[in-house]
Design a protein. Structure first.
Length: 306
């Protein structure tokens, strides 16, 4: 099977759309009685339960890692899985959605700047134009034009900055791992190794948790399958063929997709600020593709396992 960079961009956009279902599915689970900590822990448990047997059967080579890489993979899972999930939840709780999303969507800027020094990528005119467009657009879409206002709780802001750093680490650190391992390997270890830390944090609160209904189990199962498994596997696969900085900018369509999904499923309204945000993100992503095709756009051979 062969894949072009154009297809890889499409896969990155598809992954962002899969991630965009997370908010709606979380709301549906919480509306059925689950709390946010339960949703986070059970999503990772279910995702591990999906990935591990599937890869044992379909791609057993993906389970193999060199001993020297186990600790780096553990650190990667803690930074981009365990602590990211907890930081995001607490940031939203302390500062509100507007501030949390504004801080999180600093990550394409971090990825673009860091990729120049860490991955040797070039800062092109297209990236320089697309970056502010997608950032402003994503913030407008996610916050409905700052209707809620911004809150500057010190701890909340610090955790929000961490979510941006962790999201950046997912692209930059993940890109480095892809030099040696398949996307399946990275996502499997990121997911499975995130579970112990989440359980250690969640267990003290277990006696205070609410019972989970059958409907909540359904939505949590979908959270584990769609954004937490399919989204991450596809994004890691796409990262093998596109620059980390461009991938992170393309992923800025996530809040746009999230608003559309919420509108379709939860009947949430879309205002004029969000419409402007959608347009800005669309133009920014389009800028990344407006160039003459070159040799780098020719299809490349895909290796599914190692």
């Amino acid at each position: 099977m062969k894949i072009s960079k154009k297809t890889a961009y499409g896969m990155m956009a598809f992954a962002a759309i899969m991630w965009a279902t997370s908010g709606t599915l979380t709301i549906l689970a919480i509306n059925e009685g689950a709390d946010a900590l339960q949703v986070t822990v059970l999503t990772y448990l279910f995702s591990s339960a999906i990935l591990l047997p599937a890869l044992v059967i379909l791609d057993p080579k993906s389970l193999r890692v060199e001993r020297k890489d186990f600790l780096p993979l553990l650190a990667f899972s803690m930074v981009t899985g365990t602590f990211f999930s907890l930081a995001w939840f607490i940031c939203v709780e302390l500062t509100g959605v507007a501030t949390a999303v504004t801080l999180l969507y600093a990550y394409p800027s971090i990825v673009t700047i860091a990729s120049i020094f860490l991955l040797g990528e070039r800062l092109t005119m297209q990236k320089a134009l697309a970056l502010p467009l997608t950032f402003v657009g994503a913030v407008l879409v996610a916050t409905a034009g700052f209707k809620e206002g911004l809150s500057f709780n010190l701890l909340g802001v610090a955790l929000g900055i961490y979510t941006a750093i962790a999201a950046s680490a997912y692209y930059l650190w993940g890109k480095k791992f892809l030099d040696r391992y398949s996307a399946n390997t990275i996502i499997l270890y990121m997911t499975v190794l995130s579970v112990p830390g989440l359980l250690a944090i969640a267990l003290p609160f277990a006696p205070f948790s609410r019972p989970i209904t059958g409907e909540a189990w359904l939505w949590i199962s979908l959270l584990a399958l769609v954004p937490s498994t399919i989204g991450f596997v596809v994004s890691m696969f796409a990262l093998r063929y596109v620059e980390a900085s461009k991938a992170s900018i393309v992923a800025s369509i996530e809040p746009v997709a999230a608003v559309v999904i919420a509108f379709l499923v939860l009947s949430e309204t879309i205002n004029e600020w969000q419409g402007i945000g959608v347009a800005l993100v669309f133009v920014g992503v389009l800028l990344l593709r407006l160039r003459a095709p070159g040799p780098q756009d020719r299809p490349e051979e895909v290796v599914f396992d190692r």
